[in-house]
Write a protein that binds this ligand. Structure first.
Ligand code: AGP
Length: 362
């Protein structure tokens, strides 16, 4: 049938979509490159961000996790205060807003009901809105003032992969563009940095055998698993855990490394998988000592590090990229680990139980 043709030689859409990520990074660069060769965002979007005193990112699931990374970029590079909210929570529990808020909705499908409900609410209050989506003409795109497209191509697998990295890449462009128009000093050559990310992703998608082997070592028979990280890595851990639970049905949690000792460490037993994401040099020592604490209690530990933070026995070493962009490369192995864990457990990778690709009910 038609879907077989689209999948080409791939056994699953998810694997195809993971592999497409380097190309998506390059598409995004091309799509947003102006005649000058530099990144040029829509003037209205620039103005909207410039006029705002605070950004409110609203999203669900994987898109929410991309928003958390986006906050780091928007605050770090563009110096704009940014909050990130789960749409279904914001709807019923709206925080005190700043004087000039700008709402950014992140939604792969552009059809998520929880996010739309917030959009309707804030439009009634008269606030400006932008939608970051993969689907031109989708409900959230039509109803917001402005749209930023992800240019990731159709994402079919229920588990979002290339849309997540595309969301982070477009948020990076937004952050850098805002920093430039605000005349903030920065040396972030975004086209160069995203090209390096694309190359690094190419290396990582070729490490399927390693990921299959590690998935077997860590996840084959377990009931639960933990990803731990600090700072931006913690946000990637939340996404890594969501990937694992939604397709392999392993109960997984993404956890802030320093918070383990405040309760969760009680769950560590002989063989419990704990995977640390350690891409940030300023927390490299502390996340490694968190991992040692759980190893001493029997955990089956694994480290994902960068070339610059790596130690000899690390299981997964990511090619070097800008420290703000490590989520883009760390995403690839955790997606592949989830994929192989699901395969090894005979799960329906592309259509996990109880889930729909876009959630159009509140
Ligand atoms: C991701 O793997 C999930 N299937 C899910 O969390 C998804 O990201 C969420 O439902 C939001 O969807 P959207 O981006 O289309 O709004």
């Amino acid at each position: 049938d038609a879907s077989d043709i689209e999948k080409g030689t791939y056994p699953h859409y998810m694997l195809k979509e993971i592999d497409e990520q380097p190309a998506v990074m390059r598409n995004i660069i091309t799509a947003y490159q102006g005649d000058s060769g530099k990144i040029e965002l829509d003037q209205d979007i620039r103005e909207a961000v410039k006029n705002a005193d605070r950004l409110y990112i609203i999203a669900c699931g994987t898109s929410f996790h991309a928003g958390l990374v986006g906050k780091q970029l928007l605050e770090g590079i563009a110096k704009v205060p940014t909050e990130v909210h789960i749409a279904s929570e914001f709807s019923y529990n709206m925080p005190l807003l700043s004087e000039k808020p700008l709402f950014i909705f992140i939604s792969q499908s552009g059809e998520t009901a929880d996010s739309r409900s917030v959009l309707v609410q804030v439009k009634k209050l008269g606030y400006p809105t932008i939608t970051l989506t993969n689907v031109q003409g989708s409900t959230l795109s039509r109803e917001a003032d402005h749209t930023l497209l992800l240019h990731a191509g159709p994402e079919i697998a229920v588990a979002s992969t290339k849309a997540y990295t595309a969301q982070i890449a477009v948020l990076t462009l937004l952050a850098v563009d805002v920093a430039t128009t605000k005349d903030l000093h920065h040396d972030f050559d975004v086209i160069h940095e995203l090209s390096l990310v694309a190359q690094a992703m190419e290396v990582l998608v070729d490490q399927k055998e390693l990921m299959e082997h590690l998935a077997h070592n860590y996840f084959e028979t377990v009931r639960n698993a933990f990803y731990i990280g600090r700072g931006i890595d913690y946000y990637v851990c939340m996404e890594a855990a969501l990937k694992l639970k939604e397709i392999s049905y392993i109960q997984a949690e993404g956890f802030a490394g320093g918070e383990l000792k405040h309760g969760t460490i009680a769950l560590i037993e002989e063989g419990t998988p704990v995977i640390a994401i350690a891409t940030q040099s300023h927390v490299n020592g502390s996340i490694r000592s968190n991992l040692k604490e759980v190893a001493a209690r029997g955990a089956n530990t694994c480290i994902i590090s960068m070339e610059s933070t790596a130690e000899d026995d690390d299981q997964i070493i990511l090619p070097e990229v800008h420290e703000y962009l490590t989520p883009l490369v760390a995403a690839v192995p955790v997606q592949l680990l989830a994929y192989y864990a699901a395969l090894q457990r005979d799960c329906d990778v592309d259509k996990p139980r109880n889930l729909a690709k876009s959630v159009t009910v509140e």
